[in-house]
Write a protein that binds this ligand. Sequence first.
Ligand code: ADP
Ligand code: MG
Length: 276
Amino acid sequence: RRRVAYSPDLRVLVLANQKGGVGKTTTAINLGTALAAIGERVLIIDLDPQGNASTGLGIDRKNRAVSTFDVMIGEAPLQAAVQPTAVPRLSIAPSTLDLLGVELEIASEKDRAYRLRNAVKAFADAQTQLPELNRFTYVLIDCPPSLNLLTINALAASDSVVVPLQCEFFALEGLSQLLSTVETVRQTLNADLTIHGIVLTMYDPRNNLATQVAADVRGFMGDKVYETIIPRNVRISEAPSYGKPVLLYDLKCSGSQAYLRLASEVIQRERQLRAA
Ligand code: ADP
Ligand code: MG
């Protein structure tokens, strides 16, 4: 039986891959939206100084008075940074460029790797005081594209890792690197961390290399790879400039439909874990 890091009904997933441009933020936004669309109550924690998840969900830079920076330096509880989005049941704790300086601010603190975990724990504890219908059921953490202290905090704070992977040359090398990072985190900071799944992103079936890499990844990782593949879809890349998840921008497009399928797979895996 899996151990429970926070409350039994709250799952904390991190979108992680040390490579940039593989679809971490896009997946945080759109998996979050799709989970909310099927009834989950979702909080996205934007832990990337770029703040693309915040912008992509329509949170203007001037409306980020309390951000994840304040949470990381211990100036504010996570609850204070949480704000609603245009998507019902989806909230976000936005980030600002201040996060770039967080490493320096906390580098010499004893709890530097556990700042986020402690904040999420306090948040989860406070949630138990709320009526069940108001409690969050999923937290998704969006990471920067590097293995810095922010990413370490995200891995230390999470139950499980969702790995967005682009089917290109060196994808497997990148995946092995990430798996060994997860193993190190397991041995040092978070013994219960698991791999939730690998999601193939920006997939173009006409690209022979992509189909070969997809087959290799499935051969290597078996059913850890979600059945759902996120296609390369121009609607997905257009949506953020309107401050909208693709599901609000164009529900019928292939990208939206794929993220809805991915969300049901994530929920399905959670059910199996709970039953095990
Ligand atoms: P990361 O967070 O890993 O750096 P992003 O999610 O920001 O990656 O994606 C990188 C770029 O690719 C963005 O411009 C995004 O809009 C685009 N993109 C992501 N997924 C898709 C997709 N399935 N189809 C088309 N464009 C995509
Ligand atoms: Mg990103």
